[in-house]
Design a protein around this ligand. Structure first.
Ligand code: ATP
Ligand code: MG
Ligand code: MG
Length: 555
């Protein structure tokens, strides 16, 4: 938008465009997830960044599965990732792409390097390879296989491809520089043997390219102009460039790095999230407590809120930890502006309206949203038996009117969108527990001020006992009770909040039975809730707590 300061990537793109470095002036970015888990909030910021840049510059963004590790990848993840990207509101350019559909080309390019004397088959075992690689203070040692002839290397690479060697017995390495100050340049592995079928290529291959040998080449094949990755790949950039310099690639992509998005109170690592799923700490990847895109979705977060959060986080070159409350601020804002209002009583106390006849129904109407008439109205049947929340009644009428703006013995309260009622009588069971209160309604007070002498203490919500319906409310709280669950010495699972889910049975207004799955609401005075995407039905309404009305995380 005009006036908004440009981030460093936009400045780079502006410069590249001005210098004519972008073929046809068309920006192409990509989002390249590995299909080994569901996407999390960190990925969401990368999606917003890559697709957002394409939108800003009238370019395109590819969705590409970086599927070079068949043992950890699965079709369910491929499907879930596509659904998440679409749900966030982005469209990728053309068909979904797969690194695996370039395997033939990568193979040709491996042969090319061998023929040029720039790659060799190494038979050292993993342990020896690690040792001879050296470290920052110790130069590497050349492999005894490094100077074999081109013909020998071609033959051995063919043997690898044909499956003649077991996993770990041989690999293809680039011949670069075992003394390089950059560890990535010390004869990196290009191909390794993995005798596992691949979700896209079946058992066509038993050798698979490494991330480094694949990524830049994928970018080049797709004509990606700006390949944006996270900072840990900065050290891989010389290698990324080396492949582009030494292979007959059709285009010249450029890699730029930005800092990962980290968030307090959650973990953003697929490996750790997978543990939560595998160890059944949560109920699947899309459990509403998970910081996955699909979990946040099921929790009632909207695409707008996640996109807004990404914008707030921005892009930077230095690692930081974003505050989860930013995300909460974004969702609260979106739902406050757009979610329909409804009434739900979480801890029901029966109220009998003594001046209403049994079976009598007075239909009240209320706007679905205070300033969105287009959302229409809902009908609230006012009947002899109602429920209010137990916390909204206190027998003690000496409580100050300022502090307790609810119903007390002998006084008045307004029920939202209907009458003012007066407390008449409290009924208790043998244990002294209040089981019911009796009240009368004050005629002429619907949408009208009560007479002078009638002074309601406040407004509370209510639901008809006879016309309302029971609903399951899943009350979620943060999954971890530690600000940095995975940044200490101890296992991050020790910081699980044992009370991250409690299930309540509430009484809700009749219109809520017809809520559409995934429809979000503000339950007045209670919080924001969403009809569960999978479990909500008119017969058995189920709502998930998205977030409370007020910020409870700060401090
Ligand atoms: P994880 O450690 O969770 O597996 P990853 O980086 O290995 O993350 P990929 O599937 O390779 O996951 O990620 C796809 C894209 O999303 C990459 O470009 C990666 O840089 C980006 N990405 C992943 N995590 C984050 C994050 N926390 N913040 C920003 N971008 C991220
Ligand atoms: Mg990765
Ligand atoms: Mg990973």
């Amino acid at each position: 938008a005009a006036g908004k300061p440009k981030n460093f990537l936009e400045q780079i793109i502006d410069r590249d465009l001005a210098e004519g470095k972008v073929p046809n002036g068309k920006i192409i970015t990509r989002f390249p997830p590995e299909p080994n888990g569901f996407l999390h909030l960190g990925h969401a910021t990368s999606i917003c960044l890559n697709f957002g840049l394409a939108e800003t510059y009238n370019g395109e963004c590819n969705l590409r599965f970086d599927d070079t590790n068949p043992e950890k990848e699965e079709q369910v993840y491929v499907d879930a990732i596509q659904e998440d990207v679409k749900w966030l509101g982005f469209n990728w350019s053309g068909d979904v792409r797969y690194a695996s559909s370039y395997f033939d080309t990568f193979y040709e390019w491996a042969l090319h390097l061998i023929r040029e004397g720039k790659a060799y088959v190494d038979f050292q075992d993993a342990e020896t390879m690690r040792e001879t690689k050296g470290n920052f203070t110790k130069p590497g040692v050349n492999s005894p296989w490094r100077d074999k002839s081109v013909d020998e290397n071609l033959a051995e690479f063919e043997n690898m491809r044909l499956g003649k060697y077991d996993e770990g017995k041989a690999c293809l390495r680039a011949k670069i520089d075992m003394q390089s100050g950059n560890m990535n340049m010390r004869d990196p592995v290009l191909y390794r043997i993995r005798k596992v079928p691949h979700h896209q290529t079946g058992d066509k291959w038993c050798i698979y390219p490494s991330y480094d040998f694949a990524h830049g080449q994928e970018d080049a094949i797709e004509g990606v102009t700006h390949s944006i990755c996270t900072l840990e790949f900065e050290d891989h950039k010389p290698l990324y460039e080396w492949f582009l310099d030494n292979l007959p690639v059709p285009a010249r992509p450029r890699q730029y790095e930005f800092a990962r998005t980290n968030l307090n109170y959650v973990v953003t690592s697929k490996r750790k999230l997978k543990r939560l799923v595998d160890e059944k700490v949560v109920d699947g990847w899309d459990d509403p407590r998970m910081p996955t895109v699909s979990g946040m979705r099921r929790r009632g977060y909207t695409p707008t809120s996640i996109r807004k959060f990404s914008e707030m986080v921005g892009v930077s070159r230095t690692d930081g930890i974003a505050d989860f409350s930013m995300l909460e601020h974004a969702i609260r804002d979106d739902l406050n502006n757009n979610a329909a209002r409804a009434m739900a009583v979480l801890d029901p106390l029966k109220v009998v309206i003594t001046n209403m006849a049994e079976g009598e129904v007075q239909d009240m109407t209320a706007a679905a949203h205070p300033n969105k008439p287009e959302l229409g109205e809902r009908v609230l049947p006012f009947t002899r038996e109602l429920y209010i929340d137990r916390e909204d009644f206190n027998e003690d009428n000496t409580l100050s009117r300022k502090k307790f703006k609810r119903l007390v013995t002998g006084e008045y309260i307004r029920l939202r969108s209907t009458y003012v009622i007066k407390h008449e009588e409290t009924i208790k069971d043998d244990n002294g527990e209040i089981v019911e209160i009796r009240c009368s309604y004050v005629p002429g007070t619907v949408g009208e001020n009560p007479p002078e002498d009638v002074k309601p203490r406040g407004v509370i919500h209510w639901v008809s006992a006879s016309h309302g319906t029971e609903a399951e409310l899943r009350m979620y709280d943060r999954l971890f009770n530690h600000e940095a669950p995975d940044r200490g010495e101890e296992d991050f699972l020790t910081h699980i909040n044992p009370n991250s889910l409690s299930v309540k049975t509430a009484w809700v207004e009749p219109s809520l039975a017809n809520a559409a799955p995934e429809q979000g609401f503000q339950f007045e005075r209670e919080g924001y809730f969403v009809a569960d995407r999978f479990d909500h039905t008119p017969e058995k309404p189920v709502f998930n707590l998205t977030i409370g009305l007020k910020d409870t995380w700060a401090g």
